[in-house]
Design a protein around this ligand. Sequence first.
Ligand code: ADP
Length: 431
Amino acid sequence: MTPSSSSGLKLGCIADDFTGATDLANNLVRSGMRVVQTIGVPTTPLTADVDAVVVALKSRTLPKAEAIAQSLEALKWLQAQGAEGQMAQIYFKYCSTFDSTPDGNIGPVTEALMNALDTDFTIATPAFPDNGRTVFKGYLFAGNVLLNESGMQNHPLTPMQDANLVRVMQAQTQRKVGLIDYKTVAQGEAAIRERISALRTEGVGVAIVDATSNADLLLLGPALKDMPLITAGSGVAIGLPTNFGLKPSLQASHLPAASGMQAVVSGSCSVATNAQVAHFKATGRPALAIDPASLMKGQSKAVVQQVLAWAAPLLKDGPVLVYSTAEPEAVKQVQAQLGVAEAGALVEHALAAVSRGLVDLGVQQLVVAGGETSGACVQALGIAQLQIGPQIDPGVPWCHSSSAAGGLHIALKSGNFGSDDFFTKAFGALQ
Ligand code: ADP
């Protein structure tokens, strides 16, 4: 970024996965910010004149030292883009279901960023009411049930077995964790600031914040105005642009016109994605399952070729679906056979190669389901930067990459986002 354009940069964001990055960028765009999302930490300065940059990492399930190193590298790059080497505010974005293990990476990355920014206090809240994620008395709900009853207790990589976020966060961090509860939030900025100052006096470094509605998030926003670091899901973003004098805007970003063939690649095993795969199949459209066991013993390349040979003649008639999406029991069996990380990596690599192959076959409108899966696909497609466009469902916008040959429209869907008919309606939303 040139010195003249960098002066406009207000918010520097670090997202721990790729779908989460577009989810955050989507909320910022809808609230009035001009946003660019980068895939990984760029090696060159940013040239666009924007209000916020979201650096998309794939650090959610990395070993924690690596997640910290990547996050600090992103921070350094973001700071270098800000006016006089300073960024007004840094936003660490994680999943609205707080996906992590007792090892991290939400806690360790938060602490590393606090140390680097020399700040003794930050908040943490995955609340995203538009998508049914609410925090009440420190407990995270997904829809009408507690997090650990929502299906997230069976997540292949980050099973969430406790909904109490104060406890979950405390297990991951050296800093003392506290709570800003719904009663305080309801009283607005002054009460929230007072609570923050009381918590600081008690030695609390990270406060989980209750929020059960967008109104709560809009009350929270002004109290975060001078906080060097915010950690949250994407929901908190709706209350931030006004701090910088920007007005919410419902006008979705304009993307280039869509053309080319259509496909869906799904590696998410979340409850919502299972329903979306079932819905797509029920419409009679072509769908092909990849069995993870078939990828073992160096068979991956051959399987990918078979998948592409299946897809090639079908694409001209409408969208095809390639999926490894499976119910929890099937996932557990595969993991017992291959190991959790190995199964994940094997499937991700295969689906990434499938997405690459589909684009080579002429697909220019691609939906990818699954955070980790999206990370692998975007990397395989060599995408460096994404422009954020119209929203399909809360948290999932269409994006456009001009770096892919001929341009590519791509939607990165986090596991539990989207209605049952997401895979069919997404393409309609582009027309
Ligand atoms: P979500 O957004 O739903 O969490 P992700 O893509 O982030 O989805 O995570 C799903 C993980 O499960 C990925 O690592 C993926 O490769 C792996 N996976 C996908 N299908 C299967 C399967 N059938 N068996 C075991 N693991 C799978």
